[in-house]
Ligand binder design. Structure first.
Ligand code: ACO
Length: 368
């Protein structure tokens, strides 16, 4: 029995390859380090949806399709408005996507739906964020790219080019990652020949958990709780003594540095306040030293979430939107995986080892 399906291969994919021993990540044949330097989110999404990078004309066409799809039906806005203001943004996003899917019944997932839903997810996050602060959602701007429009819809001001570049790099880096838990959830739902919105609702539910995409806000909570770098050692030892997990550390696949974490560390260094970056680095070094001493066989490194937290914070996002922003990026990968699944489908139906009671006869209540 492989608890947590570790090392079990259940699908073939042309989308991304995670080589955790060598610390590489490839999207459709392109190294993530190169994509992070040269690609925008739209390039990465096109690559995942079409298995090749776009020409200039194809990129322009995709940008236009995304811009045209930027709109939410009234019913979705009403549902979001009716949610309690203290609803967690990931719950609002899950509810918004579910409301968007009302009426989709069992339509076969297709690329047009994937593009439309990818365009709409940031709108749901931003609309809910504004409503909970007592403000009206803003109209999307067709002249802004995916990252810039998202930041504009949240804040009401177009981002600086530094903010836009930083968020774009983040969105490229997190757009896909093999058969992670949320992507697997999406593929399981798709494999039953359900609809795209149901697959994405399942993925959002899986991403929300702190062992997956729910970690980055908790990384900031940890950095806040530690306060001065000099407190890191005592704080971390106490947390581990309480059997708590250090958020942003460890990964199922990476037994060496996660390439995304390395790029995000550089980006954090360039975008964060120096004091904040120094604190994050001190916590990283101290956490790794202590974890490696306590778990010598585990080959633990910081994961993508550790410096994601610093970058998203520097871009000006509130911390409870970090996981929803992860979903904004992962929409490209989730939808690409759903399309790949339905193109060559067999229902995903693993087995479980029964470890319950031995068979016995039912005694009717009347005979007891
Ligand atoms: N803090 C403390 N100990 C850890 C951590 C951590 N962050 N990560 C792993 N370990 C230890 C475990 O205690 C375990 O030791 P034990 O067997 O003596 O108890 C050992 O390392 C192996 O850990 P597993 O949980 O078996 O590793 P798994 O591959 O199942 O889990 C996971 C990976 C969930 C990411 C884990 O490292 C973790 O909980 N990290 C903290 C949460 C986090 O950062 N999540 C974001 C992940 S990135 C992403 O999903 C986008």
């Amino acid at each position: 029995m492989n608890k947590g399906l570790e090392d079990i291969v259940v699908a073939q994919t042309k989308l991304s390859r995670v080589d955790g021993d060598n610390g590489t990540l490839i999207f459709c044949g392109y190294d993530i380090r190169e994509l992070a330097r040269f690609a925008t989110f739209e390039d990465a999404a096109y690559l995942l949806w079409h298995n090749e990078l776009p020409t200039r004309a194809q990129l322009t066409a995709l940008k236009q399709q995304l811009a045209d799809a930027r709109g939410l039906p009234d019913v979705v806005l009403r549902v979001l408005r009716d949610l309690p203001r203290d609803t967690a943004p990931m719950d609002a996003l899950r509810t918004g996507v579910s409301a968007l899917g009302a009426g989709s019944q069992l339509a076969r997932p297709n690329l047009a739906q994937a593009i439309a839903l990818t365009a709409q997810v940031p709108l749901i996050v931003a609309a809910f964020d504004r409503m909970r602060r007592g403000r009206e959602p803003l109209a999307p701007r067709a002249d802004l790219d995916h990252a810039a429009n998202y930041l504009y819809l949240l804040s009401g001001t177009a981002p600086t080019s530094t903010q836009n570049r930083a968020l774009n790099t983040y969105l490229v880096l997190l757009a896909d990652h093999g058969l992670n838990a949320s992507t697997f959830a999406a593929r399981v739902v798709a494999s039953t020949l359900s609809d795209l919105h149901s697959s994405i609702v399942a993925a959002i539910g899986a991403l929300k958990g702190p062992l997956h995409g729910g970690a980055p806000s908790r990384v900031l909570d940890m950095l806040d709780a530690i306060g001065a770098p000099a407190n890191a050692e005592t704080w971390i030892r106490a947390a581990l003594a309480r059997k708590e997990r250090l958020m942003g550390f460890g990964h199922r696949m990476y037994k060496t540095a996660d390439p995304r974490a390395e790029i995000l560390r550089e980006l954090a260094c360039a975008t964060c306040a120096p004091e904040f970056f120094a604190r994050a680095q001190m916590v990283e070094e101290t956490g790794l030293r202590i974890l490696r001493a306590q778990k010598p066989g585990e080959r633990l490194y910081t994961n993508v979430e550790f410096y994601s937290a610093a970058v998203l914070n520097a871009v000006g996002l509130p911390r409870d939107l970090f996981t929803a922003t992860f979903a904004v990026s992962r929409m490209a990968g989730w939808t690409a995986h759903v399309l790949e699944q339905v193109a060559d489908n067999r229902i995903i139906r693993p087995d479980a080892e029964y470890v319950g009671r031995a068979p016995s006869s039912v005694i009717s209540l009347d005979n007891q």
